[in-house]
Write a protein that binds this ligand. Structure first.
Ligand code: GAF
Length: 394
């Protein structure tokens, strides 16, 4: 569903929840990362795109006139109440920590909308590795911008949202997810240099290809702790190599230092150094519409994440094996796990006219091999966060 259609639905849901029409509606997309995994916190490159799955918020000034932002979710989970007349701190329910962290950051910048009644509806699958949390953060920031008329610089906005995730949700994420949710552009991938924070839009103009997303529908518990330990291992490798970050290391320097580090740290660094290179090559391949090359880089990324970085899982590997067995002949150029790992989604580069067949075959082979139903869909590269309805537009 497009965000415009979804906004119409959310306006109705707001009316049912609060008994009047919303004055503001904003949307922020989730993302799929085409390549460049676990490179953002190593100052490397990433190549994500925003997807046609959104966190949408509809809002009006608080009916009771109090300085409290009330956020209800259409799923009926416990609502979040945030008093904006006092310092905002993490609290319960836990899901509210994403908007709380963003609101705290906005208040610190003088962006204070006062009390609000808000309804949230998200179509980004939770725990699917498609950045449902970044979409929620960026959606909140966009809502406060729309209401106050105070627009942030896009880089500041993304960094504010990342800080919310670090300090309020306790997740030491990199910058990719928030950047793409803010800066996505229709029909483009975003090549982001995570060191300089410079971005370059890479057009995907070939109507013969599409990105297909397959959700394993599993999320293994260890994800958060393992993410933090990967960051620590990368820092350990940088220290041994005498560089600020693995962005500055080369495969040759790593090989020369092999005896100075344990095997796990060596393999983590090998993944990151190789993945940064693959990402730049993939961007070249996309510019040239060289799909077989891009596909091979995606497979290579997956093997490296599976064997060296060890963030894949059985279900993701099964999806990639199915993709390989379908092959280019069956319409798949390449496939890899996407996002942090330990479950969530795989992304595949496919021929558009094979999509229906591929979806059928992937779903049935995955069910046979794992006993689990996958959720499979295609998405065009979508635009970044947007104000659908602003003050005065109703
Ligand atoms: C998660 C993080 F939030 C991102 O910053 C990134 O590190 C990704 O995992 C792995 O590439 O989505």
């Amino acid at each position: 569903m497009s965000y415009l259609d979804l906004a119409v639905q959310v306006a109705q849901e707001f009316a049912q929840a609060y008994g009047r029409s919303p004055r503001w509606i904003v949307a922020a997309p989730g993302r799929v990362n085409v390549i460049g995994e676990h490179t953002d916190y190593n100052d490397g490159f990433v190549l994500p795109m925003a997807i046609e799955r959104y966190a949408i918020m509809a809002a009006d000034k608080a009916a009771n006139g109090r300085d409290v932002i009330q956020i209800r979710d259409v799923s009926g989970v416990e609502p979040v109440l945030i008093d904006v007349s006092a310092p905002v701190k993490p609290g319960m329910p836990k899901w509210g920590n994403y908007p709380r962290g963003v609101i705290a950051g906005c208040l610190a910048r003088g962006i204070n909308p006062g009390g609000l009644d808000v309804l949230l509806h998200s179509t980004v699958p939770l725990g699917g590795g498609l950045s449902s949390s970044a979409a929620l953060e960026v959606c909140t920031a966009t809502l406060l911008e729309a209401i106050t008329g105070k627009k942030m610089d896009p880089v500041d906005k993304a960094l504010l949202c990342q800080k919310a995730e670090h300090e309020f949700a306790g997740v030491p994420c990199g910058i990719m997810d928030q950047f793409i949710s803010v800066m996505g552009r229709e029909n483009h991938l975003l090549l982001l240099d995570c060191r300089s924070r410079k971005t370059e839009l890479v057009a995907v103009n070939d109507p013969a290809v599409q990105l297909l997303i397959a959700n394993t529908n599993v999320k293994h518990e260890l994800a958060n702790g393992e993410y933090a330990s990967r960051r620590a291992q990368c820092e350990a490798a940088s220290t041994i190599l005498g560089v600020d970050s693995l962005r500055d290391a080369t495969a040759g320097a790593l090989e020369n230092a092999r005896s100075k580090m344990d095997d796990v740290v060596f393999r983590r660094a090998r993944h990151v150094i190789g993945e940064i290179e693959r990402t730049l090559h993939a961007a070249d391949g996309i510019r040239a519409s060289n799909w077989p090359t891009v596909g091979q880089l995606m497979y290579a990324s997956h093997y490296s994440l599976r064997d060296d970085y060890e963030v894949s899982c059985k279900e993701l590997d099964v999806l990639v094996e199915i993709a390989e067995s379908i092959g280019i002949q069956g319409g798949i150029y390449g496939c890899r796990m996407t996002g942090g790992g330990f479950g969530g989604c795989a992304v595949a580069l496919v021929k558009r006219d094979s999509v229906t067949e591929i979806k059928k075959r992937m779903a049935s082979d995955y069910k046979t091999k794992t006993g689990i139903e996958a959720t499979i869909f295609v998405s065009h590269p979508a635009g970044g966060a947007t104000v659908v309805r602003g003050a005065g537009a109703i």
